[in-house]
Design a protein around this ligand. Sequence first.
Ligand code: PGA
Length: 245
Amino acid sequence: MKYKDKYIIANWKSNVQTITEAEEIINKGLELGDKVAHYTVSAPFIYPLSAKYSPVIGSQSVSQYEGGSHTGLYTAQQTKNAGATFTLLGHSEERARGMSDADINLSIENALKQDLYVCLCIGERVRETSEIEIKKQIDESLNGLEEELNTNKIMLAYEPVWAIGSGALRPATDSEIIETVNFIKNYIKTQFNLNEETKIICLYGGSVDSTNIENILNLETVDGILIGRASSDLSEWSKVVDTLK
Ligand code: PGA
């Protein structure tokens, strides 16, 4: 694989409706060799897919609660026990449904207690207020988690809301991606007293597909890609994988 030092996380969202389809997509991804793609799958699929592909299976969220009367939510402990190795948190589609940075902060703690790796999504709704929005998300969602950042178990994904999903205005430009990923890394370094060996890893996500993935992976500061729609369609995903081989 050409980009073996970069991370690839496929976020299936509420797509991929059968286990057969899920396995076809994961098997295609395995053609990338041992530095494979990881997948955030819907909750009902975590257990059956982990039985076969545990190291690459993650969830799309975990609850801010550790248990109790919260119908529809699933805990970090359940996620871990079902076989997932990591979780996405703070995705803008979840934020839009009401998940706050304070909730995300609790969810990160719960995930790390269960030894799950975390990919924390941050990104502005409006390009012009990018730095203000991102600072607030970092301050609140990572509040008090300095020690946890030092474990290198939290990575970030910069996902500008205006570039994500079917309503995307356009993909971000190279210079917007470089500028904002560098801003995120530097801001975290100035806000937290991090050990020298702590590395801030930041992926990019938003309208990435087989036509632009290489270009974005070639940006030095970008540590990988969080890829949504293009990862849940076998034909487009196959093109992505073939591009990366
Ligand atoms: P997209 O989504 O690639 O479909 O724009 C990215 C994401 O939501 O993580």
